[in-house]
Design a protein around this ligand. Sequence first.
Ligand code: NAP
Length: 629
Amino acid sequence: MNESRAPISIDQDTGLKIFATRAAKATERIAGTGYGVTNDKALKTLPEQPAGAVFNAEEQAKYREFKEARFGAADYMSLEGDFATYLEDVYSDDPIERDLLTDECEILVIGAGFAGLLLWYRLKQAGFTDVRFCEKGGDVGGTWYWNRYPGIACDVESYSYLPLLEEMGYVPSMKFASGFEILEYCQSMATKFGFYDKCLFHTTVDTTVWDEDARRWTVRTDRGDAMRAKYVVLANGILTSPRLARIDGMETYQGEAFHTSRWNYHVDLENKRVGIIGTGATAVQAVPELAKTVGQLFVFQRTPSSVDVRDQKATSDEQRDEWAREPGWARARRARFSKISAGRTAIKANDDYLAGKVADFKERKAHDRPLSQTELVQKQLDSNFRIMEQIRARVDAIVDDPDTAEALKPYYPYGCKRPTFHDEYLPTFNLPHVTLVDTAPLGVQEINKGGVVHDGLQYDLDVLIYATGFNWMATSTFNMIEGRGGVTLSEKWQTQGCKTFLGLHSNGFPNLFIVSGPQGGGGSFNFTDAIEQHADYIVWMLTTMRDARLEVVDITTDAEDRYADHCAQADIATAPLRDCISYYNGEGKAEPGSLAYYGGGNWHKFRVSAQESLEPYVFAAASSQAGES
Ligand code: NAP
C-alpha cells in the first residue's frame, strides 16, 4: 500500500524538494541474462564472400521486387484505447505518492536514461545543480528499464557503449553486455552521482509550454505538477513509444498478450503455445530464449532481418588488467569506435584497432583518382551486396529446411534495416517445436480469439507477443511542446518539415534542447557517442549564457534552414544504400533529412563554426540587463 510522501528533505543549495520516488521492483521473476558465449565455432563463421560478385541489374531487380511487394504493408498504431493497458509499467510497484510541485528550477530534464544520467554528471561538473528530472518509469535506465525481454543485450560493443566507465571504475562482463547488467549499471551510476535525489519517477510530462513574458517553460505532468523551468532538455529517447501492428480482430484475442517493451513476467511461458509477431532486432534476441522455455513457438515474419555473426566474448582478465593500467581507456576506445563510419565493419569492429594496437580498422584500397559520389555509392553497393550474399549463405549453412532457409534470407542493402547479430537465432529454426510462419509480403492480417490466422491456417496460441517495435525519432510528439505563438513543435515540423539546428534547437522554441532527436548528428551509430556530444554542447551553451548573463537563446531561421537543407542533401546523396522499407526511413515515406542524421564530421563543422561566431543564435540578456543583447 502507498503512503503519501512529503519531501524527505530540501536541497540546501537549490531549495528544491527532494523525494524518494524510485519504485520497488514488481516481482523477483524479472531477471535474466543476454546471450552467453557460444562454443560451437560453426555458428560463428560466415561463408566466404563470393569473389567479384557485383550488384548487377538482375540482383537490383530482385531487391526492387522484394521492396515493392512490401510497400504500404507496414501499418502501425499507438497503444491507445483498449491497448493502452499494454503500456502499463509491469516492472515496478505502484507509483510512490508525493506532493505535487509548482516550484521553479533552472533546468528541467525529461528522461532518466543514458542521456539524463550523463547530462546530470556533466551539469554537476560544470556547477549546474538546480536541476530536476522527470521520468515516466519507476527507475532509471530508459530503454534498459523498459526493454527487459529474455536475451536482451546491447548490439554495440559494451566497452564503447556504456557511458562513464572510467568514472564508475567498471568493466562490463561481456563484449555485448546483457540488458539486465546495463540496467544495474544505470542504477549504480544514479546512486554514485546522487541522481535519485534529483529525479521524480513515475512522472510523465504532459505539456511543456513557453511563457514569453516570464521567459520560463511551464511543465505539467500526469501527477498534477505545474513546474516552471528556465531551460528544458528533452532526453527522452529515440525509440520511446512502442507501436503495435494494426491487425484485424486483434482486440478479440482472448489469451495473454503483451509488447516486448513491457515483458510480462507474471505470465508463465513454460510449455505454452506462444506466438511472436515481428522479426526485428528485438525478436532476434528474444526468440532463442523463448525457444528454451515454451512448448511451441510460432515466429510470424514479414521481412527477415540480416543476421550476422555475434561472436560474444566474456571480458578477459588480461583486458581488465590492461584497462586498469590505462587511464581514459574507454573514452579513447569510444573515440576510435566513432571513426568507424557505419555498416558491418562498425559493429564487427576490429578489436586490435579498438584497443589502440593497430592504426586502422581495415585495409584501405587506394584509388588512382578521386571517385564521384555516384561511383562511390556504386562501389559501396557492390561491397554491401557481397556482405549480404554472405549473410544469405549463412542461412543456408545453418538452417536445415530449404523453404524455411529461403524465407529467412533478406534481399535489401545491408544496414538499410537495422542489422542484427546472433549465433543462436538461425539454429532455433531447426528445433522441432519452433515454426517460422512466413507472412511475406503483407504480414499477419488476421487475429481471432484463439490466435493468429494466416493463409487459411489457424495458429492457436496461449500467449501472443508483439515484437513490432517503436515510433522512431518521435521526440517532437511527446509532451506537447508549445513554443512561441502557441505553435507546437509537432505542428511546426508537420507544416514546415523537420527543422532544427544541429538537431538540438528549433526556432520558436527558446531555451529548449533536444538530445538525439531528428537531425541530431555528432556521433556514430553508437548513440552514446551522440549523447556525449549533445551533453557537452548543452553544457557549453549554458556556461556561455551564465558567463555572459544571458537568459534566453533561440536560433535564427536562416541557420536552421541551412542546416535542415544540409541534412536533406546528405540523405539524398546516400539514398541508394537505404533503398528498402524500414522504420529508419519512415517505412519508405519520410522526407529526406527528416529523421536520424549520422553526419558526424559535418555536424561538428556546423557546431564549431556556430560556437566560434555565435551567429546562428539569438540571445536575450537577463532581465536586469533587458534591452541589451
Ligand atoms: P522493429 O525493428 O521495428 O521490428 C518490428 C517487426 O515487426 C518487423 O520485423 C516488422 O516487419 C514486423 N511486423 C510489423 N507488422 C507486422 C505484421 N502485421 N505481420 C508480421 N510482422 C510484422 O522493432 P524491434 O525489433 O523492437 O527493434 C526496434 C529497434 O530497437 C532496433 O532496430 C534497434 O535499434 C533497437 N533494439 C536494439 C537492441 C540492442 O541494441 N540490443 C535490441 C533490440 C532492439 P517488417 O520489417 O516487414 O516491417
